[in-house]
Every structure is written in structure tokens, then in C-alpha cells.
Write a protein of this length. Structure first.
Length: 374
């Protein structure tokens, strides 16, 4: 295998490294159990409260018998992402990106083809990574997932059924000068603390919500923009596409504020759509207190072409956070090589009671904004 083909692999490892994206999906961690060949992901949901122990009248009365804990088991099929890009032999005659206009040395056709496939794989893996971020955004804002096919129609739907009280709508829009946004945050934080038994520390705001929030005089006076605390609190959230804005000590909480304004383009469209609704606010505890996990399901396939098996292998992982299955095969009739990427990622919020989403625009009479999952 020529040395430059090894460099091709290195180029692929660097191309999909979108360091400035994936903020919301960062909360969903991978573990050794995340990568599986199964068709379904199964997990147990166990809800527990803050019940205290009673006393007995004396040592002779015996112990108080507790009722066994109840839990439910969920089985969810993995969604399927499958993309392919052709590399026609004719295109190899054309100058490739990064090459000089005049090539005097003998061209290595396999190396040029490998580079074409690398660019295709980079584009396809980036598309799937954005789709994973969209999964995270939908779950955190609604408790549901709706994935669409190439025609924009719903092809995969999933409802994790979090409590509706975790997705409230403010009584008075934050754009109203008389609104009390910190009170709204404190009320939802208390609900989450009671149900999830955690302290809420992370507040992620859409652009409009933040702009209205910062207009509040009390907020302006008490917002601490000191970022030194960031490294000790949630260092893994840095450089993922969100902006750290500071913190406020309010009531029994220290709220760390972030603004997330990243966008994606639906398939077949060039119109940007924000991952996080500009008027919504997400409330979460520290990442250490969340059991949010990402899984990757099984993808059966025939063996790839031996020529490219040495270059791409049967699996591509990026930072131990993603699982992609590449395949290269030939369409000899059309003199075309096909580069294919498949992946079956699924994000699961096991800590079902430990996050919430606040809509900062009040519902209109007869309709308007509504809450999240049931």
C-alpha cells in the first residue's frame, strides 16, 4: 500500500472533525455498551422519589415492609441513515481539489479515486452528525423525535413521554417589560429538582429568549460574566458551537447561561433552521448528573471491496463518539465506484425527569404556543 494512501486515511480522520458543532448531542454520552449489532435498544426507566423512613415503636415490632420499586422497560428500534455518492471513472481525468493544474508525474488512479471517496465520506458523515444533533434538539425541546425521509415526510417517530409539567409556557412573554424571567426559570428549576432530585445548573437559551432576558434590569445588574468557573463546571461543553454568557446566583441555584444559535439545512433545502427554537430555554443539571446515552445499532452488510478495505476498513469511529459503516462497491456497467455510509444512531434520555424546556412566549387565547411531551 503506497504511503500516500495512508495519508488519505489521515485526511478522512480530519475532514469530519466538526469541532464547532454538536453542542446539544454532547449531553448524550457514549459508553462501551453504546455500540451494538442489535436491532432494538432496550433500557429500564426507574422513577424514585425522596421518601423518608418511618420509625418503629420499639425493636420488638419488626421492620416496616416496603413495596417493591416499579420500573418499565422500553424497546426502541434504531433509525437508519444510509447515504451514497458515486465516483465515476471519468471524473478521475479532471483536476482534483488541492492539485496543480498541470500534473507532470504519473497519476496514481487508485490514490485519486481514494481522495474522491474520502471527500464523499466526509460530506455524508457530516450530514449524519448534523442529524444526530437534530435528534438531541428535538428530544430536549419536546421529548419526542420525528425524522423525515428524502421527501420531507415523517419516516420515524418516537415519544419518550416525559412529564408535561417539564415543558411549560410562561404566563407573560419575556418581551413584556413587566415579565420576570428569573422567576420563570426558578419555578421550572424547582419542579425539576423535585421530580429529578438534582440541582439545575445549565440554562441554554435561544437567541430571542436571551435578547429578551438580558433586557431585564435585575439580570443586567447581577449577571457575572466571569468565565473562570467554566473550566471547573462543564469543560466538555466548550467549543461545541454554543457561547458561554456567564452565571447568576438566584434563589437556591447558580444558573450557568449559554446561548445556542447553530442552524442546519433540511435535506434538499438551503434555508437554515435553528436547532434550538429562538424563543425556548433548556434547563439541565451538570452533565455528571445526567444519564443521557447515545446508541448505534447493527448494520449487516456484505464485505467491502478488498481494494478499499485496506483503506477504510469495515467501521469508522470518530473520537469514540460516532459509528459509521463504510462500503465501496463497483458498478462496472456504468464504470462507477459507489461510496456508501450507513449508521443507526439513537439518542436516549434515560434521566427522563432531569431536564425541561421553557417556552418564553405566552400562549395566545384560542391557540398559540404549547408545551412539550405528555
Amino acid at each position: 500500500m503506497p504511503d500516500f494512501l495512508t495519508k488519505v486515511v489521515g485526511m478522512f480522520d480530519q475532514e469530519p472533525d466538526l469541532k464547532k458543532m454538536g453542542f446539544l448531542s454532547t449531553f448524550f454520552r457514549t459508553t462501551p455498551d453504546s455500540f451494538t449489532d442489535a436491532e432494538y435498544a432496550e433500557y429500564d426507566i426507574l422513577r424514585s422519589g425522596a421518601e423518608i423512613s418511618p420509625v418503629v415503636r420499639n425493636l420488638n415490632t419488626g421492620a416496616v415492609t416496603l413495596v417493591g420499586e416499579e420500573f418499565s422497560t422500553k424497546g426502541i428500534s434504531f433509525p437508519v441513515y444510509a447515504l451514497e455518492m458515486p465516483a465515476q471513472i471519468q471524473t478521475l481525468m479532471q483536476r482534483q481539489p488541492g492539485e496543480t493544474a498541470y500534473v507532470t508525474a504519473k497519476i496514481n488512479w487508485l490514490g485519486r479515486l481514494s481522495k474522491v471517496l474520502v471527500r464523499g465520506f466526509a460530506r455524508m458523515t457530516n450530514m449524519i452528525r448534523r442529524s444526530i444533533e437534530l435528534q438531541a434538539a428535538q428530544i430536549l425541546q419536546t421529548g419526542t423525535v420525528t425524522l423525515t425521509d428524502e421527501d420531507g415526510k415523517a419516516a420515524y417517530e418516537l415519544n419518550f413521554k416525559p412529564k408535561a409539567t417539564h415543558f411549560p409556557v410562561v404566563a407573560k412573554s419575556w418581551s413584556d417589560a413587566t415579565a420576570d424571567p428569573l422567576k420563570d426559570l426558578g419555578e421550572l428549576a424547582l419542579i425539576l429538582q423535585t421530580d429529578g432530585l438534582v440541582d439545575i445548573t445549565t440554562v441554554i437559551m435561544g437567541r430571542s429568549a436571551w435578547n429578551n432576558f438580558i433586557k431585564n434590569a435585575w439580570v443586567q445588574a447581577h449577571l457575572n460574566k466571569e468565565v473562570m468557573a467554566l473550566g471547573a463546571l462543564n469543560p466538555q461543553l466548550k467549543d461545541k458551537g454554543a457561547k458561554y454568557l456567564g452565571y447568576i446566583d438566584f434563589d437556591a441555584y447558580r444558573f450557568e447561561f449559554w446561548m445556542y444559535n447553530a442552524t442546519y439545512e433540511p435535506f434538499g433545502s438551503q434555508e437554515p433552521v435553528p436547532y434550538l427554537d429562538p424563543d425556548k430555554v433548556l434547563l439541565l443539571p451538570d452533565t455528571e448528573s445526567l444519564d443521557f446515552q447515545r446508541f448505534f445499532g447493527g448494520i449487516p452488510s456484505v464485505l467491502p471491496d478488498e481494494t478499499f478495505d485496506q483503506i477504510f476498513g469495515a467501521k469508522i469511529t470518530i473520537g469514540n463518539e460516532y459509528d459509521f459503516r463504510p462500503r465501496v462497491y463497483a458498478d462496472t456497467h456504468r464504470e462507477t465506484w459507489i461510496g456508501e455510509i450507513k449508521s443507526r444512531p439513537l439518542l436516549v434520555p434515560k434521566s427522563i425527569d432531569r431536564w425541561g424546556c421553557l417556552m418564553t412566549v405566552a400562549a395566545q387565547s384560542g391557540g398559540g404556543a404549547t408545551g412539550g411531551g405528555q
